[in-house]
Ligand binder design. Structure first.
Ligand code: AMP
Length: 422
């Protein structure tokens, strides 16, 4: 038997309903907040990610699925969405029409990380990006969108961490300070962090290795080294979060795995997820559009991990498969044919209806009806056709009544809809 590739997975019926619910909720929220959807391809030129994410990040150095296609062009499966959305913003000159664009997207990402619970090599994200606005109001608004999602999913056990990573004016000085601090502890850093120490020492804060964590005790923090503009910006973000009554923890050690972030960075963590506990993350990337060859327009965005959200929710409410409202048990060729037309007519009325088209015994069909979870069964056989009326059975009360054949669709509609709106 041919099996799944390691780190990849199927989302099966029974699980997918939850995914769809999350997507629907998120889509509604985005519409309420004035976002429109964008879909970018899964494959891009490798250079886009090298430049957009940072050539020395773990993602670009070790985790991309990269191959050269026939013309020796290096292509990569996208490991995240922002670089692609920025490329589209630039390539289609979306900024010329209006520099302010509020875009969302949903889809699979690919990273060749070590698979473990909550970490896959193909995983799904919902992404938001806002271009063209420097205001801290937008950072706060994006966090509000994210926390509204958590709220509508009743995920109360999550915590929001926020930080500011400064800008190109204040970060270099901090970087130097941190390097000076780490220089004395270089021996205790892991090999990866020794490299990071050179190029991007802030990322040492992201390392899970025990030695690196210990080395960072007493390290200077970026929050103490922000320039005045960055400090004001951060304070305003916080102020709006307070006004929106969103609770958060300022985490001066929060850095993100991607190089392009400036100022606001945030993450939503869930205690129950174990080691892979980040459900969502995001932040501001004011330099990225320009770095990728576009105009000097700022950006801010987030990514929510759908796999992890679904796993949090499935622990709580398994089996959200939508059950049919009605099952039609039809016996004999004539009844089967008649029922098959009702089946479609009822579906067009928005009533979830099923039947057994293989014309099995009444006993078998009643068993199927029961198993399907349908609230009602419409029974029709030769006798019912002769008498001109089908039998309508309420599966909860077990009560039965007869329905004239000509009135079946109207009757079922009234019964099912009537109950639904009661
Ligand atoms: P990142 O772009 O790394 O900040 O990721 C944003 C969100 O995507 C994270 O908070 C996770 O929920 C999710 N995510 C990232 N990597 C993976 C992965 N390998 N497997 C499952 N979810 C992931």
């Amino acid at each position: 038997m041919i099996q799944l590739v390691r780190g990849f997975k199927d989302v099966l019926p029974g699980e997918i309903e939850l995914w769809q619910d999350i997507e629907d909720i998120m889509r509604n929220i985005f519409e309420e907040f004035g976002f429109t959807q964008i879909r970018t391809p899964i494959l891009e030129r490798t250079e886009l990610f090298a430049r957009g994410i940072g050539a020395t990040t773990d993602i670009v150095e070790k985790e991309m699925y990269t191959f050269s296609d026939l013309k020796n062009e290096s292509l990569s499966m996208r490991p995240e969405a922002t670089a692609s959305v920025v490329r589209a913003y630039i390539e289609h000159k979306m900024y010329a029409q209006n520099p302010v664009q509020k875009l969302y997207s949903m889809g699979p990402m690919f990273r060749r990380e070590r698979p473990q619970k909550g970490r896959y090599r193909q995983f799904y994200q919902i992404n938001a990006e806002v271009f063209g606005l420097y205001s801290p109001k937008i950072d706060a608004e994006l966090i509000l969108i994210l926390m509204t999602l958590m709220d509508r999913l009743s995920l109360t056990e999550v915590v929001l961490h926020i930080n500011s990573l400064g800008c190109e004016r204040c970060r270099p000085a901090f970087k130097e300070r941190l390097q000076i601090f780490l220089a004395e502890r270089i021996e205790t850093l892991c090999p990866d962090c020794r490299r990071r120490y050179e190029v991007n020492p802030l990322r040492v804060f992201d390392c899970k290795a025990q030695g690196c964590r210990e080395s960072l005790e007493g390290a200077p923090t970026i929050l103490d080294h922000l320039c005045e503009e960055c400090r004001n910006h951060f304070n305003e973000v916080r102020d709006f979060l307070n006004r929106f009554q969103i609770s958060y923890k300022v985490n001066p050690r929060l850095v993100r795995g991607l190089d392009y972030y400036t100022r606001t960075a945030f993450e939503v963590l869930a205690a129950h997820l174990g080691a892979q506990n980040a459900v969502a993350g995001g932040g501001r990337y004011d330099g990225l559009v320009k770095a990728l060859g576009g105009p000097a327009q700022p950006g801010v965005g987030f990514a929510v991990g759908l796999d992890r959200l679904a796993s949090l929710l499935s622990d709580r409410a398994p089996g959200l498969v939508k059950q049919p409202n009605v099952f039609i048990a039809a016996l004999g060729d004539r009844a089967q044919d008649r029922a098959f037309v009702w089946l479609q007519a009822l579906r067009f009325e928005g009533i979830r209806t099923e039947m057994d088209v293989e014309d099995r015994s009444l006993k078998s069909q009643m068993r199927q009806a029961d198993k399907s979870g349908a609230s009602y069964v419409l029974i029709v056989g030769e006798r019912e056709l002769e008498e001109g009326a089908a039998v309508w059975r309420d599966m909860n009360t077990k009560e039965q009544e007869t329905v004239p054949l000509e009135e079946v669709v109207e009757f079922v509609k009234k019964s099912v809809m009537g109950i639904a709106s009661a």
